[in-house]
Design a protein around this ligand. Structure first.
Ligand code: UFG
Length: 346
């Protein structure tokens, strides 16, 4: 298929682009490079369009495309609590413009990056897809609003629409070529590894929560597994899924506490890692764990990596890329975004 990947220079996007190319799809990446990295796509046979989904004309970039994998968006829970309008604009308005453009060019299959944050604080874990969606942050609400759009356009326009509700994406490529590079970095595993590398302390947000050791429980899933799930979902959306909206949880079904993740990192790094208790972060539910059965049954998707494999791969990336992708340019310590700022189109 000819596939456009919005946000394809981002963390999960770049892994998915590679998986789609390996499966023989023709890929076009649409990314504004606000948080993505052009370096993550270096040397890949694809067309790259630098554009903003909220502002730029989208039809030329989508011309001839049959399907879209839609990652582009804002995805940080704490930032969304502080800046809700930004989340509605980028996530909801950007997605609406994308759907309208797809309709105009005749692209009818879409796989959307949704999130377990659409469930809010769940009644119980594990969470199945039919659990009520009651988001508690603008991030979750803005993503849920896109799921509603997808449900409606699937019925009205005959789109095949799949929402993938990720739990916690983590890990890096086995060959060391791709990994997590956010600025600022707010995610737990990279922050723990930064503490391991530099000897500084990592904060534990919330130590008195109703979980087995008082710290937040999350379901960490390897980004390579996520990438494979997108390929499977895309093939379903463009085939038997046309005219239908479906949602899938992507998680392993196993939850780990913050303290357990730190223990796994101590094991993987052989370093002590100092942890400091801190107050809970606003908008963080105590426990989020996937009921992962639907993806297994309908997509044939089974995650292959456990927490130890996730942390080991992330540590290998972190050590070789202390400044993220900029490390490959010798810019250790400075997050040079020069490539992103200079290139446009092409
Ligand atoms: N945490 C710490 N210390 C840190 C960073 C995080 O204790 O320095 C805790 C958080 O409070 C949370 C857990 O570690 O309980 C995981 O936090 P992350 O920031 O790594 O991930 P989030 O769960 O907040 O968010 C991520 C993605 C979202 C997605 C969500 C689903 O950023 O897009 O997972 O849980 F929706």
């Amino acid at each position: 298929m000819k596939v456009a990947v919005t946000g394809g220079a981002g963390y999960i996007g770049a892994f998915t682009v590679r998986a789609l190319l390996e499966a023989g799809h023709e890929v076009r990446v649409l990314d504004d490079l606000s948080t993505g990295h052009r370096e993550a796509l270096a040397g890949l046979p694809l067309r790259f369009e630098q554009l903003d989904l909220c502002r730029d004309p989208l039809e030329p970039a989508l011309d001839g495309v049959q399907a879209v994998v839609h990652f582009a968006g804002k995805a940080l829970v704490p930032e969304s609590v502080r800046e809700p309008a930004l989340y509605y604009r980028v996530n909801a308005v950007g997605s609406l413009r994308l759907l309208e453009a797809m309709h105009r060019v005749g692209a009818r299959a879409i796989v959307f990056s949704s999130t377990c944050a659409t469930y809010g604080v769940p009644d119980a874990v594990p969470i199945a897809e039919d659990h009520p969606q009651r988001p508690v942050t603008a991030y979750g609400s803005s993503k849920l609003s896109v799921e509603h759009m997808l449900r409606d356009v699937a019925h009205a326009w005959g789109f095949g629409a799949v929402a993938l509700r990720y739990f916690n994406a983590a890990g890096a490529a086995a060959d060391g070529s791709l990994g997590e590079d956010h600025d600022p970095e707010t995610h737990l595993i990279p922050r723990i590894l930064e503490a391991a590398r530099t000897g500084t302390a990592v904060q534990i947000f919330g130590t008195d929560l109703p979980t087995r050791d008082g710290t937040c429980v999350r379901d960490y899933i390897h980004v390579d597994d996520l990438a494979r799930a997108h390929r499977l979902a895309l093939e379903r959306a463009g085939d038997e899924g046309l005219g239908r909206f479906e949602a899938f949880n992507l998680g392993t079904g196993r939850g780990s506490t913050v303290r357990e993740v730190i223990a796994a990192a101590r094991e993987a790094t052989g370093r002590e890692i100092v942890a400091q208790p801190a107050p809970p972060r606003p908008g963080d539910p105590p426990a989020l764990v996937a009921d992962a059965r639907r993806a297994r049954e309908r997509l044939g998707f089974e995650p292959e990596h456990d927490l130890d494999a996730i942390v080991r791969s992330a540590w290998a990336w972190h050590r070789s890329h202390p400044a993220g992708y900029a490390s490959d340019n010798g810019a250790v310590g400075a997050r040079a975004k020069a490539v992103g700022e200079c290139e446009r189109g092409g």
